[in-house]
Design a binder for this molecule. Structure first.
Ligand SMILES: [Zn+2]
Length: 219
């Protein structure tokens, strides 16, 4: 394939939390006596956000179950590097520095809160998770966990790089399908227990002339 960059296609919109969302942060940056299970926050504003790596990772794994199930039996990300593997083409083959697919196509930005401002803690709830003792039926070790409250919206932005010879429709449709799969599943932690149900509302900008340069523009 040619490495001539043709354009970027943007997938831009909002992520709405329909249930509490938990994307874990580091305990290290909180004070002693603070929350044991904090969510990730912007260190400057203390506002919760969704790291691009979290959304990208979930997008990739959802699409791998769909398209690479037979190849990822060992639980590793797909590294087949086959020309028709849409996951390897979009995200790059796992642990394969030498391949013919060209650069990673999908760039996922950090998703910041739409309604930023005010007290960051108004967007956060503390849920207590109980472990049930199987023999006695009694809850033990209640564990407080931070979550972003339902109704919170984040702005997200995905940029898909299109190189000469790429099937634009296939690449973009696959990313859109990945977003639908996340809606059917969850984002963040503890999805099987009801966390992380989200809805994506977006527009596709083709070409994407937002905050990335238009590669077709005259210098
Ligand atoms: Zn693959």
């Amino acid at each position: 394939m040619s490495l001539k960059l043709i354009k970027h296609v943007g997938i831009v919109g909002t992520i709405e939390c329909l249930t509490g969302l938990r994307i874990g942060g580091a305990k290290d940056d909180i004070e002693i006596g603070g929350m044991d299970n904090p969510i990730i926050r912007d260190p400057r504003t203390r506002m919760p956000y969704i790291p691009g790596s979290s959304l990208k990772g979930k997008l990739r794994s959802a699409l791998e179950y769909r398209y690479c199930g037979a190849k990822i039996a060992r639980g590793e990300p797909c590294g087949c590097a086959e020309p028709d593997c849409v996951v390897c083409r979009l995200f790059g083959p796992h642990r394969k520095p030498h391949h013919g697919l060209g650069p990673t196509r999908v760039l996922v930005r950090d998703a910041r809160m739409d309604s930023a401002g005010g007290d960051p803690d108004q967007w956060i709830e503390i849920k207590t998770e109980n472990m049930i003792d199987r023999r006695t039926g009694v809850a033990t070790n209640p564990r407080p966990v931070e979550r972003v409250v339902p109704g919170t919206k984040f702005s997200f932005e995905i940029s898909v790089r299109i190189f000469d010879g790429d099937d634009v429709k296939k690449l973009v449709d696959t990313v859109k399908e990945g977003l639908r799969l996340i809606e059917a599943e969850y984002l963040g932690a503890s999805g099987s227990r009801g966390y992380g149900k989200v809805r994506f509302d977006y527009t596709v900008l083709d070409p994407f002339l937002g905050r990335v340069p238009d590669p077709t523009a005259q210098a």
